[in-house]
Design a protein around this ligand. Structure first.
Ligand code: QV4
Ligand code: CA
Length: 512
């Protein structure tokens, strides 16, 4: 018992749960497949002024170039070396992005692929984003350098060498995930090469890491690697700051590998969040929004301070990874905005907003045969830049969910209500719900098929508030619905069920 307690304490000391975002900034956005030059511009022109805390970027290190299919987005999850050149840009552009984003108070979080290198069938050559030579057959990656000694082959006991059975933790961690050459992270040499890469990024100024495929690594191996990391760059962070860590562990229950096994290293991605919330908002299996009253740990989610949460991610928005059909995405925009609105209003977890590119979905027998398609690009393969339309939305097939005014304004809502308790819950026993965050904000949803017409206790000071979902405060006036809160905190809400956005959110910074 005492020993276990000690282990826990020691584990927590080295761990990093704090996102290192600037004061009052409580969400990050995943700018999936964006070029570094565009991320830098977005930090300056949009993310900083709208209160975003940071950006999760696509893997910045050298990866294989796949030509069949043509440059799929997932080629970036097949490392060739830890040099900083990728489809998003080179090292100079990367450094420029980190500096410029940090200078305006927006942090950069790197998607770190440390479980594996490229697929076993990738051949030999220099078809990689920095042109480094590699040989997947002999497991030689001289640009790191790794040789066959650094891979797990001997430890894997499955007949094919791939993970065949997710009930077997040895297979899950020692065998190849979809044939990707599996690194031997018990070797100090391997840990050191990975830590060297991450430390280079830390020294440049990144604030933390998404640990890709954490489920497929032993928690103690991840820990030993993270223990080698530097503190953050003191140009932007206070001395002694540790990198924020969130580990990709898909734990929907029913498997021996669980998210909680990784708490000693940092937070984990909570995949049940989007899967369950999607089911509720779609009203599948008789689920109702009124059930969300005890949303959080009671729904079998990990403790709030261990969770990184999101409605969808780059995998499950296109049928990869896990979560299933209930996952809401920009393709279901109306329900999606409600789900993201709920997430950003609710106190549970550290929130990540998804920002996607559009691709020509093509369902054949229920699967999208175009789920591999990479970002909008020119014929020479270079990624198209993100153009900004006069109404602030994006062009060139960049969806930019984070710029949709409903989502953008709810990111601000979350900042305004930060630290306030979950309060003044109301529901109609069906799909009309409301809740507040102390005396700072209040939100009302109508996901029923009939009118909402109700007077509710908001907890807010008296005054006229501007609904940040249908519009926003501009100077002294409101571009859309106004809500009048009486001296006793009560306010009348009217929401027609056929509105494009059947929800209203008000907060003290949008008081007229
Ligand atoms: C295929 C077959 C194999 C076969 C192999 C060789 O599936 O059985 O042995 O060919 O012929 C791509 C292809 C995949 C291919 C593989 C190797 O899609 O078909 O194997 O390459 O050539 C992304 C994509 C994967 C992609 C991978 C590498 O989603 O489709 O594989 O990148 O390019 C689990 C994990 C979880 C993971 C999730 C997707 O627990 O960790 O699956 N999520 C993360 C990332 C995800 C990424 C990886 C992990 C891998 O979020 O984007 O996978 O880094 O749930
Ligand atoms: Ca592994």
């Amino acid at each position: 018992m005492r020993l276990r307690f000690l282990v826990l304490v020691v584990g927590l000391c080295g761990a990093q749960f704090k996102p290192n975002t600037g004061p009052g900034r409580t969400s990050i956005v995943h700018l999936f497949e964006w070029r570094w030059a565009d991320v830098a511009l977005e930090c300056e022109r949009f993310l900083a002024p709208h209160g975003f805390g940071g950006v999760q970027i696509s893997p910045p290190n050298e990866n294989i170039i796949i030509t069949n299919p043509w440059q799929p987005w997932w080629e970036r999850y097949q490392p060739i070396s830890y040099k900083l050149c990728s489809r998003s840009g080179n090292e100079t552009e990367f450094r420029d992005m980190v500096t410029r984003c940090n200078n305006v108070g927006v942090r950069i979080y790197v998607d770190a692929v440390m479980n594996h290198m490229c697929g076993a069938n990738a051949g030999a050559g220099t078809h990689a984003t920095c042109g480094s030579y590699f040989n997947a057959e002999t497991e030689d990656f001289p640009a790191v350098s790794y040789s066959s000694l650094d891979f797990n082959d001997r430890k894997c006991k499955s007949p094919s060498g791939n993970i065949e059975n997710y009930q077997d933790i040895y297979q899950v961690r020692n065998c190849r995930l979809v044939s990707l050459l599996d690194l031997a992270l018990e070797r100090d040499y391997v840990r050191s090469r990975i830590a060297e890469y991450m430390n280079r990024l830390i020294d440049i100024g990144v604030a933390g890491f998404r640990i890709d495929a954490a489920k497929h690594m032993w928690p103690e191996d991840v820990k030993a690697t993270l223990d080698k990391l530097h503190n953050l760059n003191t140009t932007w962070f206070s001395p002694g700051s540790k990198p924020f860590i969130y580990q990709e562990v898909i734990d929907l229950g029913g498997e021996p590998v669980t998210g909680s096994q990784y708490f000693g290293n940092g937070r984990v991605t909570e995949f049940k969040y989007g899967a369950k919330l999607g089911t509720v908002i779609r009203k599948w299996n008789g689920k109702k929004m009124s059930y969300l009253k005890n949303w959080g740990e009671d729904w079998d989610l990990v403790p709030s301070d261990r969770a990184l949460v999101f409605v969808d991610n780059h995998d499950n928005q296109r049928g990869h990874g896990a979560g299933g059909a209930s996952i809401l995405t920009f393709w279901d925009a109306r329900l999606y905005k409600m789900a993201v609105g709920f997430m950003l209003a609710h106190p549970y977890g550290f929130t990540r907003v998804m920002s996607s590119f559009r691709w020509p979905r093509n369902f054949q027998n229920g699967t999208d045969i175009n789920d591999w398609m990479g970002p909008p690009s020119h014929p020479d393969g270079s990624i198209k830049n993100v153009t900004i339309n006069s109404d602030d939305t994006c062009g060139n097939d960049w969806v930019c969910e984070h710029r949709w005014h409903q989502i953008r304004n709810m990111v601000v809502f979350r900042n305004v209500v930060d630290g306030q308790p979950f309060s003044n819950w109301w529901d109609n026993h069906s799909n009309q719900i409301a809740f507040g965050r102390g005396n700072k904000g209040f939100i009302v949803f109508n996901n029923d098929d009939w009118y909402l017409n109700v007077t509710l206790q908001t907890g807010l000071p008296a005054g006229t508030y501007c609904d940040v979902v249908s519009g926003q405060k501009k100077g002294d006036s409101c571009t859309a619905t106004e809500v009048h809160v009486a001296a006793d905190g009560m306010a009348l809400f009217l929401i027609s069920s056929d509105r494009e956005d059947p929800f209203i959110a008000i907060h003290v910074d949008a008081k007229l």
